[in-house]
Design a protein around this ligand. Structure first.
Ligand code: GRF
Length: 211
């Protein structure tokens, strides 16, 4: 397909969502090409996984920089070098400054392992179990300066089953993430996702996986 958007995936760890996105983008009709994977941790297992899939993968080690903004300047230079249209955060564990985030408004998305606005931050599965919710899931959202606060693009829900441990729930949610993220990124690339600030249109049954 012509006019595919060029995306970089930012990771910090194992990169299973990254792998799902790379797999989706193998289809020439998918509207996004993954042009680079960048990790802030040089030892992230996802880097090797990306290289095995034939994607340019590199580290920009945040520890090598004196400040958050120096790190972001180096990251920005790599994104520019790859001529990136979209930045896709997939388990990227660094908070970014408001100026950096704002320079990517409407072009940077994240996946969070909870049905936002419930359970922002870490340990979402443990907190979902403690709260006794019956539905849990994941959210793809635009990135704004407030953590896990940006406009919601798509969500997938999964049931919380009797006897679930946090790791059972994490696996069920992760499986949904791997389906949701490629679908949500495609919508953003095609201009079908609500853009920043627009009212979210809810389509019943759309992008809701419950199994
Ligand atoms: C996922 O659960 C994602 O929602 C969260 O971090 C985890 C990353 O996992 N932001 P992986 O590196 O994609 O396997």
């Amino acid at each position: 397909m012509k006019g595919r958007k060029r995306a970089a995936i930012l990771i910090s760890g194992r990169g299973s969502n990254m792998a799902a996105l790379i797999e989706a983008a193998r289809n020439p009709d998918y509207p996004v090409e993954i042009v680079a994977v960048i990790s802030n941790r040089p030892g992230a297992p996802g880097l090797a996984r990306a290289r095995e899939a034939g994607i340019a993968a590199e580290a920009v080690d945040h520890k090598a920089f004196a400040s958050r903004s120096d790190f972001e300047a180096a990251l920005e230079a790599r994104l520019e070098a790859h001529v990136v249209d979209l930045v896709v955060l997939a388990g990227f564990m660094r908070l970014m400054t408001a100026p950096f985030v704002q320079s990517w408004t409407g072009r940077m998305i994240n996946i969070h392992p909870a049905l936002l606005p419930a359970f922002p931050g870490l340990a979402t599965h443990e907190r979902a179990l403690e709260a006794g919710v019956r539905l849990h899931g994941c959210t793809v959202h635009y990135v704004t300066p407030g953590m896990d606060e940006g406009p919601i693009i798509a969500q997938a829900a999964v049931p919380v089953l009797p006897g679930d441990t946090a790791s059972d729930l994490a696996m069920r949610v992760l499986h949904a993430e791997h389906k949701l993220y490629p679908a949500a990124l495609a919508r953003v690339a095609r201009g079908e996702a609500p853009v920043m600030g627009e009212r979210v249109e809810i389509v019943p049954g759309d992008l809701m996986f419950c199994e």
